[in-house]
Ligand binder design. Structure first.
Ligand code: NAD
Length: 411
């Protein structure tokens, strides 16, 4: 383990996932890094889609280079979609990583665990921010919450745009327009933002979640909480997340939700269970009972979908009802999504830097939850399990960090 003084550099390659418009660092996030003695090298054009030209980064103190230079210069790589979160093209970067380099970003480690093994094989320390604990201290690093807030808001705008009805009630000389009925299923971060946005647009909103604890939050936003005659005492697991239930439970849930779905002009589904396929809450039969020209916006499409008919990235029309399989909504708001993402990543990195050096504290739950690969091994117990690897004895200790790759181009 190296303790020698090495100046730290964050590298930001251009996102390579098709259609991804976010960037992992914005010019305004460079100053706090510089203050901590951290330099930045960015691939030319990386911020363009999010509204930031190379010159804006240079003016904030970053250096612009090629993709090769970014990987060769940086000790820490910031990415929006890395590893399994970019199954399409992340393999192309594997050989660019250097021993001891850190990778911080969304990595979707459960969906593509083999990519984690590849990174371990290259001695990369990979932090998958999906695994960040939902604790108060980690809120400013919580990329899932940041992106879910944006997605919840935008999903409602998409619905309002596509629905052939208005959202608010209007009393006009030409008659009274009744408000749209919106039903939000799954009241986590995205669901709460969807409720608030739909309410602001004037819709009548109902919401449901398997966790009854969210009822007060739903009511405080002016929506009605749908209560079902179901036993849900054990529905919340660690960290406030929902637990996966058995098929009998989901069957009963669907039966009880049928009527509410049938009365809705817009259904927005966000239900998810971490590390598992999204629960199926709406059957094709339930969709057929919805009003003609109504909409189902499935925000869980990428996790398998909450509706039986959902196809990720596509809009399916069934009996006059459109089922929108949303993918990567935050990328459609790249300016603010990048602003929030950059703040989250910078805060995460700065929590593991002392005196301008990487100071990895493996006893910190923020690290132990997110660190998937380190010192040539997959170290995360759940990912090891998925990969069929045995358990690993990890000494929980504060250390001065992994051996740092030297800056090979003097950045
Ligand atoms: P998520 O994306 O994992 O799931 C979305 C929602 O779907 C959740 O509310 C979940 O209960 C719900 N759901 C799952 N199965 C369902 C089913 N069968 N029927 C109906 N709803 C179902 O959730 P999230 O937005 O990531 O939030 C998860 C938890 O973390 C929440 O308790 C949230 O308040 C908490 N949280 C805490 C912090 C913090 O303190 N730092 C930050 C963000 C979120």
């Amino acid at each position: 383990m190296s303790t020698e003084a090495v100046s730290l550099t964050v590298g930001v390659p251009r996102e390579s996932y098709p259609g991804e418009r976010r960037v992992a660092l914005i010019p305004a996030s460079i100053a706090p890094l510089k203050k901590a003695g951290i330099g930045v090298v960015l691939e030319s054009g990386a911020g363009l889609e999010a509204g930031h030209a190379d010159d804006d980064y240079v003016a904030s103190g970053a250096r612009i280079g090629s993709r090769t230079e970014v990987f060769a210069s940086a000790n820490v790589i910031f990415q929006v979609r890395a590893a399994g979160a970019n199954r399409v093209s992340s393999r192309a970067d594997l050989d660019s990583f250097r021993s001891g380099q850190w990778l911080i970003g969304l990595c979707d480690p459960f969906t593509e665990p083999s990519l984690m093994a590849e990174l371990a094989g290259r001695d990369v320390s990979c932090f998958a921010l999906e695994l960040l604990p939902r604790i108060t201290r980690a809120q400013s690093m919580d990329v899932l919450s940041s992106m879910a807030s944006i997605a919840g808001y935008k999903a409602v705008l998409m619905a309002a745009d596509q629905l052939p009805r208005l959202f608010p009630m209007m009393m006009t000389a030409a008659g009274t327009i009744s408000p749209a009925k919106v039903f939000v299923m799954g009241v986590g971060v995205a669901g709460l933002q969807a409720i608030a946005t739909a309410r602001r647009l004037g819709a009548v909103v109902k919401a449901y979640d398997i966790r009854p604890a969210v009822k007060d939050e739903v009511l405080s936003l002016g929506a009605k909480f749908v209560e079902l005659d179901l036993k849900t005492d054990n529905a919340a697991g660690a960290g406030g997340y929902a637990k996966a239930m058995d098929e009998e439970f989901y069957q009963r849930q669907r039966e009880l939700l049928t009527q509410v779905v049938a009365e809705s002009d817009v259904v927005i589904t966000t239900a998810a269970v971490p590390g598992k396929k999204a629960p199926m809450l709406v059957t094709a039969e339930m969709v057929r009972r919805m009003p003609k020209r109504s909409l189902l916006i499935d925000m869980a499409a990428e996790q398998g979908g909450n509706c039986e008919l959902t196809r990720p990235g596509e809009t399916i029309v069934e009996n006059g009802v459109s089922i929108v399989g949303c993918v990567n909504i935050p990328s459609s708001v790249p300016f603010h999504a990048s602003q929030m993402y950059a703040k989250n990543l910078s805060t995460f990195l700065l929590s593991q830097v002392k005196g301008g050096q990487l100071a990895l504290n493996r006893a910190d739950e923020i690290v132990s939850n997110t660190l998937v690969t380190h010192e040539g091994q997959v170290v995360h117990p759940r990912i090891r399990e998925v990969l069929g690897l045995g358990s690993l004895e990890v000494a929980a200790s504060a250390d001065t960090g992994p051996s740092l790759p030297q800056n090979s181009s003097g950045a």
